[in-house]
Design a protein around this ligand. Structure first.
Ligand SMILES: [Cu+2]
Length: 137
């Protein structure tokens, strides 16, 4: 292998993540939190950015697969306070906005403290659960 071939191989290797980033933009805004496992990266941003105690808010969720494939499954969202052993008093409604992007409305954190968003992803025969911590002050 000559120097040019090695350089081209190196460039090809370095370029692999580019289509992934383009196809699945990770949101960069103040209220974005994220979690990942071996298969997925999930980001969640709340609207409004600063959640108020006992006030309804919504959330935008983006699901990215680490293998660059499009997420083609079902998403469920719930939230709980792990230290208190309870969840929310209302069920949020989640709908798909476009491929890999979801919108949840009707979220209400009725007390301050450590909350955890729980995102369940079901895709073909695979079931994954990701948890995103959120401290409500
Ligand atoms: Cu609580």
């Amino acid at each position: 292998m000559n120097g040019w071939s090695a350089l081209i191989l190196l460039l090809a290797f370095l370029m692999v993540p580019v289509p992934y980033v383009a196809a699945c933009p990770i949101q960069k805004q103040a209220a974005t939190i994220s979690a990942h496992n071996d298969i997925y990266t999930v980001t969640l941003s709340t609207e409004p950015e600063k959640v108020q105690v006992a006030k309804p808010f919504s959330a935008k969720i983006v699901v990215c697969r680490k293998d660059n494939e499009k997420f083609d499954g079902r998403l469920r969202l719930d939230a709980k306070m792990p230290e208190h052993g309870h969840g929310m008093n209302y069920l949020p409604v989640v709908r798909k906005l476009e491929d890999a992007i979801y919108h949840a409305v009707g979220l209400i954190f009725h007390m301050p403290g450590k909350w955890q968003f729980i995102i369940e992803l079901e895709e073909r025969d695979n079931f994954e659960k990701l948890k995103l911590d959120y401290v409500l002050k």
